[in-house]
Write a protein that binds this ligand. Structure first.
Ligand code: HEM
Length: 447
């Protein structure tokens, strides 16, 4: 069987850290749907065709596991449902699943709307109306507060600023080839110190949640209480404090940064496309008449859904995700040896002109109800198969409600000439932030 094609020379680690999504795109263009490449000394593979991706994500034979790259995530996430496999993963996934059913999420919409209103009130109080606001830290705070309030039933808003400030260091520390991971653990210096401080912030939030649960301050039927009631099949005993803290960190980290990126890019695309924004504003006016949306309204807001789908196509918040082969495998007709690291790149597939004509154009009508549904694995911002993102229903709901409420209240204008670029360091963040001028559509009634 053939070895996948790929460039002879390796990519430098610095360029890979700076431009991973662009490199994935180039590899796909030059070598096709399964490609082999090196970053520094390490051989890796990428998979960018719907057929081969489906083979990997729906494998029933155990040929793929989380592997070395997800192992690096344990630095911050510990051993939670994102980083583990097998029985431990199944148990954690089953514990979290009920919180993402529509019956659990629908009643959460007023809570989500409250957090969004707090953010918009903060914007009103910030500086002169013509001063641009970088919306990236704003939406990150929003997403962090939504996860803690909806899943844990507690208000940790006073911690959101330090968490949001810590996240770029978390992403940098987890990315393959990071200086943090290359250094031996005993080497002192600024990188190690930053790593220690960042871990302390994230661990501190999980510890606070555990302490609040133990002192009876949290509703017992939310995520923390459920994890305390969960039995570890490996020991037959309840999960340990460490396992509980690891799973809480998983939800806090995986649940807020991604949704923040998705919302930031959606707002950016709307700001760049006033025609789309005004069509959305008309839909919102017709269906909501100025009030915040409730869960029951969302099916009557198809254009809103199309906009979010299209923004997540152009800018999938997790642009690529890894697997490791447990044994020799064949993917798309190519041979990959056991213990190979491979990346599935939704970003590349979402920009493939064979699936999406004029792929770089923002066009929500691609998802209009009268258009054919996308072919499987040509639009998959949340992954797929058994490991599909557990939080997808919350993320979509939150972004839709936020976009609706922000569009009802404001016009957002990007700062002219400001550089906008994607940086794919685990998630797909706006590299230089997204400063916007925020103008009220109409006077707000006093609260
Ligand atoms: C726009 C927002 C989001 C995007 C684009 C996104 C994307 C993804 C993707 C692609 C995966 C699959 C990774 C893989 O197969 O290796 C994943 C897994 C996961 N996501 Fe999300 N996610 C988002 C929001 C959320 C939210 C809101 C939560 C929780 C509150 C969450 C929690 C998780 C967890 C726990 C996993 C691991 C699931 C498992 O392996 O069983 N995500 N996410």
């Amino acid at each position: 069987m053939r070895t996948p094609p790929g460039p002879k020379l390796p990519f430098g680690i610095r360029r890979y850290r700076r431009d991973a999504a662009a490199i994935m795109g180039e590899l796909h263009r030059d070598y096709g749907e399964v490609a082999r490449f090196r970053v520094g000394p390490q051989v890796m593979y990428q998979v960018t065709g719907p057929g081969p991706i489906s083979e990997v994500l729906h494998d029933k034979t155990g040929a793929y596991r989380r592997g070395q790259v997800y192992g690096g995530f344990e630095l911050f996430f510990g051993k939670g449902s994102l980083t583990t496999d097998g029985e431990q993963w199944r148990t954690l996934r089953a514990a979290g699943q009920p919180f993402f059913r529509s019956g659990s999420l629908r009643p959460a919409v007023p809570t989500i709307a409250d957090v969004i209103t707090d953010m918009m009130d903060r914007w009103d109080a910030l500086g002169a109306p013509d001063d641009p606001i970088d919306i990236v830290p704003e939406v990150m705070r929003l997403a962090f507060e939504v996860v803690t309030r909806v899943l844990c039933g507690c208000d940790l808003s006073e911690r959101s600023t330090e968490v949001v400030a810590a996240i770029p260091h978390v992403l940098s520390g987890m990315f393959p080839g990071s200086p943090e991971l290359l250094l031996p653990s005993w080497v002192p210096g600024p990188v190690r110190r930053r790593l220690r401080n960042t871990r302390a912030v994230i661990n501190g939030v999980a510890d606070t949640l555990v302490a609040q649960h133990l002192s009876g301050q949290l509703p017992p039927d939310r995520l923390v209480g459920t994890l305390f009631d969960t039995i570890d099949p490996a020991t037959g005993a309840p999960l340990t404090r460490q396992q509980i803290a690891d799973e809480l960190k998983t939800y806090l980290l995986a649940g807020h940064e991604t949704t923040g990126c998705g919302l930031a890019w959606t707002l950016y695309e709307l700001a760049e496309h006033p025609d789309v924004t005004e069509r959305l504003a008309a839909e919102l006016e017709r269906e909501l008449d100025g009030r915040p949306p409730e869960a029951a309204d969302l099916p009557r807001l198809p254009y809103l859904t199309q906009i979010v789908d299209e923004a997540l196509r152009l800018h999938p918040a997790i642009p690529m995700f890894p697997r490791e082969t447990t044994r020799d495998v064949e993917i798309g007709g190519y041979h990959l040896p056991a213990r190979s690291t491979l990346f599935i790149s939704s970003h590349t597939v979402h920009h493939d002109p064979r699936h999406w004509p004029e792929p770089d154009t923002f066009d929500p009508d691609r998802f209009a109800p009268d258009r054919p549904k996308p072919v499987p694995y040509t639009h998959f911002p949340f992954g797929g198969g058994a490991r599909r993102c557990i939080g997808a229903p919350l993320a979509e709901l939150e972004i839709q409600v936020a976009v609706a409420m922000i569009t009802q209240r404001y016009r957002l204008t990007p700062q002219p000439g400001y550089p906008v670029d994607e940086h794919s360091l685990i998630s797909l963040r706006p590299r230089f932030g997204l400063p916007m001028t925020i103008t009220a559509r109409r006077e707000q009634p006093a609260r």
